[in-house]
Design a protein around this ligand. Structure first.
Ligand code: ACO
Length: 349
């Protein structure tokens, strides 16, 4: 059995910096409120027409592929995590395959929101361990700025999110002292609607009391996305922030400790924890709960906001580029998000 190593890593964020003060032009909010509750100072928004989730993923992937010392032609599988795909379907994996002129390899999309990248990494790890693939491109990318409610009505959600992409190339190694040691995946669908975007979807709760047989063609066409849904802002994400906070601060430490225990480590052995950049207050709570020093945790939500599936690879890449992660280091990736789903991965860099 092989182990998987991150052979190359890359990130991309759009040039356009949007400060908290900038957002006050659109909604009733303030720099002070946003920084105090989330730690965020600014975020990046993609170019309206020239940048998509896939084009940002391409930029991050090019860097990861080059750093792995291979070409796009060598990639033999793609796992792409996003909640903001270019199209409702097909997924971004095939768009990335096309844009990078790769061979007719498999492309899998993962829809696990904030924990998407760690889930994607875990899926790729299984393929590498069994010897099925040799160069897997694992991507997390988001263009949130196209799907947020920038009026005061949507301010509890819209101020949090930013755009960007991160990618890694996973390869097999026979070196037992390196690579992914274990991954841990969890879900609890009880609270699925607490952090969700309901539409477009097939739940059709708003039609539940209607007689299906009486629909005319127009009504049937309306079921997926109606004018009324848009008028009532039901096409934007919904979040019960305090409930998410309460669950996150329990599950984050739990899944990190699970990974450490599985490999006979304790929190003090962690060289670098890369938590999903949900909210700086959540990351600080986790750090305190595990008794970690500042230099054991990397946060960059202050500058990019919450980039959901992209946040872990972006933070990992930036920490590595700054020389904060070196060969032999014990690195823990952890994420919690919509679903709820949560996950961790422990690796020797
Ligand atoms: N600017 C100014 N005021 C605001 C804003 C804003 N952007 N957003 C909400 N408010 C107001 C509300 O209207 C409310 O006013 P009221 O008391 O007059 O009714 C007040 O602030 C408090 O609202 P809450 O929603 O209770 O705000 P809370 O103090 O919980 O902070 C936050 C909101 C930051 C989202 C918090 O709940 C939180 O950190 N939740 C964790 C969830 C999270 O971080 N999610 C990130 C995405 S999901 C993920 O990645 C896991």
């Amino acid at each position: 059995m092989f182990k998987s190593i991150i052979a190359g890593i890359g990130m991309y964020v759009p040039e356009n910096i949007v400060t908290n003060n900038h957002l006050t032009k659109y909604m009733d909010t303030s720099d002070e409120w946003i920084q105090e509750r989330t730690g965020i100072k600014e975020r990046r928004y993609a170019h309206r027409t020239n940048e998509t989730t896939t084009t940002m993923a391409v930029e991050a992937s090019k860097i990861a592929i080059e750093r792995a010392g291979i070409t796009a032609q060598d990639i033999d599988f793609i796992v792409f995590a996003t909640l903001s795909p270019d199209y409702y379907f097909p997924g971004c994996g095939v768009l990335l395959q096309r844009a990078m002129k790769m061979k007719e390899i498999g492309a899998l999309d993962v829809r696990n929101q904030c924990s998407g990248f760690v889930y994607a990494l875990s899926v790729a790890d299984q393929f590498i361990k069994t010897g099925m693939y040799k160069n897997i491109l694992v991507v997390g990318a988001e263009k949130h700025s196209f799907g947020l409610d920038f009026s005061t009505r949507g301010r509890n959600v819209s101020v949090i999110f930013g755009d960007g992409a991160g990618a890694v190339v996973l390869q097999p190694t026979e070196d037992n002292n390196r690579g992914i040691l274990s991954t841990h995946l969890h879900s609890d669908g009880e609270s699925a609607e607490i952090l969700a975007m309901y539409n477009p979807g097939t739940h059709a709760n708003h039609w539940a009391n209607k007689n299906y047989a009486s629909f005319n063609d127009g009504e049937i066409a309306d079921m997926f996305m109606s004018h009324a849904m848009i008028d009532n802002a039901q096409n934007f994400p919904y979040m019960d922030g305090p409930s998410v906070f309460k669950k996150a601060i329990v599950k984050f430490p739990e899944v990190i400790l699970e990974a450490l225990k599985k490999n006979n480590y304790t929190p003090e052995n962690i060289s670098m924890l890369i938590p999903h950049q949900a909210n700086l207050r959540i990351a600080q709570f986790v750090q305190q709960k595990l008794g970690l020093k500042d230099e054991q945790v990397y946060n960059n939500i202050q500058y990019y906001g919450n980039t959901t599936a992209a946040s872990v690879p972006i933070a990992l890449c930036e920490a590595w580029e700054k020389g904060k992660i070196k060969q032999g280091d014990l690195v823990c990736l952890a994420a919690f998000g919509s679903g709820f789903t949560w996950a961790s991965a422990l690796l020797k860099w």
